[in-house]
Design a protein around this ligand. Structure first.
Ligand code: ZN
Length: 128
């Protein structure tokens, strides 16, 4: 066994290095593609109202959902969005807090409002 190891030392080192590099690369790819959603799109009655690029939101800020729904206060911060305030009876949407995954849309059943994270914006109106 020792002889084999000595004979193939360089090969073993090369394979080990390649293995480590491969693991690092797959970790980096895995981390970045874990959730590639950039945009949050707000829908009212299934109509897209606006879209926001969450990757550009470096500082936390809040704004009303729209003029008609000014009681609904949206909060955004880096890669996350939330309904911070609403006057709906159940408050489920508010209790959801900040979300950052496509798997968990924010839904207010009372106002038929949903905020869904997507990879691309399919709305012309992008909130800045
Ligand atoms: Zn609600």
């Amino acid at each position: 066994m020792k002889e084999i190891v000595a004979k193939h030392r360089i090969e073993i080192i090369i394979i080990s290095v390649l293995l480590v590099v491969f693991i690092i690369i797959s970790l980096i790819i895995g981390a970045t593609s874990f959730d590639s959603s950039n945009y949050a799109t707000c829908y009212i009655n299934n109509e897209p109202i606006w879209s926001i690029n969450l990757k550009e939101e470096n500082e936390e800020r809040t704004f009303p959902l729209s003029k008609e729904y000014s009681q609904i206060i949206i909060g955004v911060r880096n890669n996350q969005i939330a309904i911070l305030k609403n006057d709906c009876p159940k408050q489920d949407c508010v209790h959801q807090g900040y979300v950052s995954s496509k798997a968990t849309p924010i839904i207010c059943a009372y106002y038929h409002v949903s905020i869904i994270l997507e990879e691309e914006s399919n709305v012309d109106l992008i909130v800045k």
